[in-house]
Write a protein that binds this ligand. Structure first.
Ligand code: PNS
Length: 159
């Protein structure tokens, strides 16, 4: 079975994340685990449980996926799940340095797990969780960028 983990902070899960999962799960992998990181170095707007719940709700109709939280090293978690692939999105050139560093380090930590990158669909190339939060905080409309559940959750946070 061809299993991938798709790790991230997902604070919050966007339509760009969703597009990537959908393409990976329908065209490439038998199973995709969306792995929501607890111990990311970032300060998050949403708690781990909230981020998991919002990802689940944004992906409810896709079958061969599972959303799980994790703590600790990604390569160890991937091994536990029997995943041979770490899937990441690569949007713009500025993403490259960070992704290159992370994939090289993950490879060093576990040589049996490959990182694979998907570019976003054109309409999501500019989308990021941070921009969505900033727009929502300043009263802008984010309906185009996130699911209805995520939009409502952000609005509650910034009320
Ligand atoms: O969406 P993000 O914030 O860019 O995701 C970063 C993430 C969660 C993929 C990365 O921080 C991670 O893998 N964290 C788990 C801890 C770990 O394995 N660190 C070593 C990475 S080389």
């Amino acid at each position: 079975m061809n299993i991938a983990v798709y790790p991230g902070t997902f604070d919050p899960f966007t339509n760009g994340h969703r597009d990537l999962v959908q393409r990976a799960a329908s065209n490439i992998f038998d199973k995709v685990y969306i792995c929501v990181a607890e111990n990311s170095r970032k300060d998050t707007l949403f708690s781990l449980d909230e981020r998991i719940e919002l990802a689940k709700r944004s992906l409810s109709e896709i079958e061969n996926i599972e959303v799980i939280g994790f703590n600790g090293l990604l390569v160890d978690f991937a091994k536990e799940l029997k995943a041979k692939v770490i899937l990441r999105g690569l949007r713009v050139v500025s993403d490259f340095e960070y992704e290159f560093q992370m994939s090289s380090m993950n490879k060093k930590l576990n040589n049996g797990i490959e990182s694979i990158f998907l570019t976003p669909s054109e309409s999501y190339a500019f989308l990021s969780s941070s921009l969505v939060k900033e727009i929502a905080e300043l009263g802008g409309d984010v309906s185009e960028f996130v699911s209805k559940e995520v939009k409502e959750a952000i609005q509650r946070k910034y009320k």
